[in-house]
Write a protein that binds this ligand. Structure first.
Ligand SMILES: Nc1ncnc2c1ncn2[C@@H]1O[C@H](COP(=O)(O)OP(=O)(O)OP(=O)(O)O)[C@@H](O)[C@H]1O
Length: 285
């Protein structure tokens, strides 16, 4: 069964069109990265998949069901995001205890041991934790539910370098201990790339790429040469005094190419080629 299936999915907030035409198919146990620029609609898509908000039109199925307000979907899906709110006054320990009643595969040992490892007191109240501590708790909570569809929206938000490294390791270990479908959304593509089997790139209300990391890096490459010799590319041309111009292009066998990183490809695929910040300042001259 497909875990997620979307066809021509649309979502607006009032007059603001956010998702205009999303088609997506996710199946199997794997870790998938969802990336896109700020405000492109990643969280909106994840909320739709989790059944927290309703679509406007198109088709959307999670575990074969229309997800909005669907008990089976909510029992098998966890959506963790930095603005998560737990019942006020509940301690971390009480939240974990209550979670056992909601989540049939809840792993109490993993939850409490990881919470302690990250230096969080079981007696603390999430709203009183520091941003990084709270996020670590949220991500641990999401993983400990062991939900068949585990969605982590910005799982390392506010965490320092060392803690981010730890959280990535925890995500991978937890996935290996209990393989399931995980969707991670983050802007730190280069940091989480090693965890991902597939990547989904959202841009202008649509999915512009959904493939394995290997397919992505085989598809787009840096092309080098004099500016006038470069074929039309997708990214901005970067001038380099020694090497001539270079840009990322859909690879079509040119021999003046070299591998681009996932982050470079993501930035090129989602760039809007207006005048940018330079253009704004040039207007004032
Ligand atoms: N409840 C809402 N009401 C009105 N507009 C909303 C609402 N939620 C989100 N938006 C708008 O929809 C757009 C997409 O928001 P969303 O949070 O899905 O983007 P995102 O890709 O997750 O962004 P970011 O990377 O900055 O977290 C934004 O322009 C946002 O302002």
């Amino acid at each position: 069964m497909k875990v997620v299936e979307a066809n021509e999915l649309k979502k607006n907030y009032g007059k603001k069109e956010v998702l205009t035409n999303v088609s997506l198919s996710i199946e199997g146990e794997k870790i998938i990265g969802l990336v896109g620029r700020n405000g492109e609609g990643k969280s909106t898509l994840l909320k739709l998949i989790s059944g927290l908000i309703a679509k406007d039109s198109g088709e959307l199925f999670t575990f074969g069901e229309e997800p909005f307000d669907h008990l089976f979907v909510s029992a098998n899906t966890i959506y963790i995001h930095p603005e998560l709110i737990f019942p006020s006054g509940f301690t971390v320990e009480q939240i974990c205890k209550t979670a056992q009643e909601f989540y049939p595969f809840w792993n109490q040992i993993i939850a409490t041991e990881l919470i302690k490892y990250f230096g969080i007191s079981l007696k603390s109240i999430p709203s009183k934790l520091s941003t990084g501590e709270r996020q670590a708790f949220f991500t641990i909570f999401g993983l400990a539910t062991r939900s068949a569809l585990t969605i982590l929206d910005e799982p390392v938000n506010g965490l320092d370098d060392a803690k981010r490294k730890d959280i990535y390791r925890v995500i991978l270990k937890d996935y290996m201990a209990e393989p399931r479908t995980m969707i991670l959304s983050s802007h730190l593509v280069d940091e989480m790339e090693h965890l991902l089997e597939e990547i989904v790139i959202l841009n202008d209300g649509e999915i512009v790429e959904h493939c394995t990391i290997e397919e992505l890096t085989n598809k787009y490459k840096w092309q080098h040469g004099a500016a006038e010799t470069l074929v039309d590319g997708i990214g901005p041309i970067e001038q380099n005094a020694l090497e001539g111009a270079k840009r990322i292009v859909g690879y079509s066998g040119q021999n003046n190419t070299q591998m681009a990183t996932v982050k470079e490809i993501y930035l090129a695929v989602t760039s809007n080629e207006d005048g940018g910040i330079d253009g704004i300042y040039n207007k004032t001259k």
